[in-house]
Design a protein around this ligand. Structure first.
Ligand SMILES: [Zn+2]
Length: 260
C-alpha cells in the first residue's frame, strides 16, 4: 500500500527540510513512499560572497544532492527570499505544485516561526491544500494539472529551536523516532556546504551539523530514544484527521512501535 503513497515536504529554504524532517522522509522512503522535497526559494539571500543568481544555482544543486541521497525528487517554486507572501498569485502557484505532485501527505513549515518567509510558507501551503481539490479554482499556470481528489494529510514540522517569536515553547503533537536513519539525515544536511560557510561568516556559528544533532537529540530525549523529530498535524475542519504518517511508519508518536 505504501508504494502508492506520495509525500511532499515543502519548506522555505534549501536545508530547512534537512534540519526538521529529513529523518522522517528517509523512513517513508524505506516504506516505499514516493517523496518530493520542495523549497519555496532557492535561498538567494543566503550568502555574503555570491550574488543572488550564483548562490541560487549553488543551493539548488545542494538541495538536489540531498534529495538524491534518499532517491527523492527536488523542485524549487522560485519565490525569492523575504518576498514570500500569502496573496492570490502565490496561492495559485503553490496549489499548482500540489496538483502536479499529487501528495497524500504534506509536511510544511509551522505557522509560528522566527522568520516571516517560514510563516508565509506555512500559510500558503495550508491554504493550497484546501484549494487544490476545488475544481473551479484555477491556478492560471502553464499546462495546469487536474485538481486533486481530496485534501491531503497536513503536518507542520517544528519551528527553529521549538519556540515562537517570544521564545515560548511550542509543544509538538507527536514525535517520530529517527534514530536509525540519523546518520543519513546528517549526510543530507552536509550537502549544504554553502550554508555552513555563510553561517560562520554571518553569525559566527560553526556548528551547522552540530545544531541538527543537538535538536534531534533534544526531541529524542523527550520520548526516550536517541534522535527524534517533532510534528503537529493540522486538524482544521475538512482536513483528514487520521494520522496516516504514523500508521505508515508503524510508530505510536511516543517512541514505541504502534500496536494497531
Ligand atoms: Zn529557512
Amino acid at each position: 500500500m505504501s508504494a502508492s503513497i506520495r509525500v511532499l515536504a515543502v519548506h522555505t529554504h534549501p536545508d530547512d527540510i534537512e534540519f526538521q524532517c529529513a529523518g522522517t522522509l528517509a523512513l517513508l522512503r524505506e516504506q516505499g513512499c514516493h517523496v518530493t522535497m520542495a523549497t519555496m526559494s532557492p535561498g538567494d539571500c543566503g550568502s555574503a560572497e555570491h550574488d543572488a543568481e550564483s548562490i541560487s544555482e549553488i543551493r539548488r544543486a545542494e538541495a538536489r544532492a540531498a534529495a538524491e541521497l534518499i532517491s527523492a525528487d527536488y523542485l524549487c517554486l522560485e519565490f525569492r527570499d523575504l518576498a514570500i507572501f500569502s496573496d492570490d498569485e502565490s496561492r495559485r502557484r503553490v496549489t499548482e505544485i500540489l496538483r502536479r505532485v499529487r501528495p497524500d501527505i504534506v509536511l510544511t513549515a509551522p505557522p509560528v516561526d522566527y522568520l516571516c518567509d517560514h510563516e508565509a510558507t506555512s500559510l500558503l501551503v495550508r491554504d493550497a491544500c484546501f484549494s487544490a481539490p476545488i475544481p473551479n479554482y484555477v491556478t492560471r499556470q502553464w499546462e495546469p494539472a487536474p485538481h486533486l481528489e481530496k485534501i491531503p494529510h497536513l503536518y507542520y514540522v517544528d519551528p527553529i529551536g521549538g519556540v515562537d517569536r517570544d521564545g515560548r515553547l511550542q509543544v509538538p503533537g507527536f514525535h517520530v523516532d529517527v534514530s536509525r536513519v540519523f546518520e543519513l539525515k546528517r549526510e543530507m544536511l552536509a550537502c549544504h556546504a554553502s550554508q555552513r560557510n555563510w553561517l560562520l561568516r554571518q553569525h559566527g556559528i560553526d556548528e551547522y551539523l552540530d545544531s541538527q544533532f543537538k535538536w534531534s537529540t533534544h526531541r529524542g530525549t523527550e520520548i526516550g530514544v536517541t534522535h527524534a523529530e517533532g510534528f503537529r498535524q493540522y486538524l482544521g475542519h475538512p482536513y483528514p484527521h487520521d494520522n496516516l504518517l504514523l500508521s505508515l511508519l508503524g510508530q505510536d508518536g511516543r517512541g514505541k512501535a504502534s500496536t494497531g
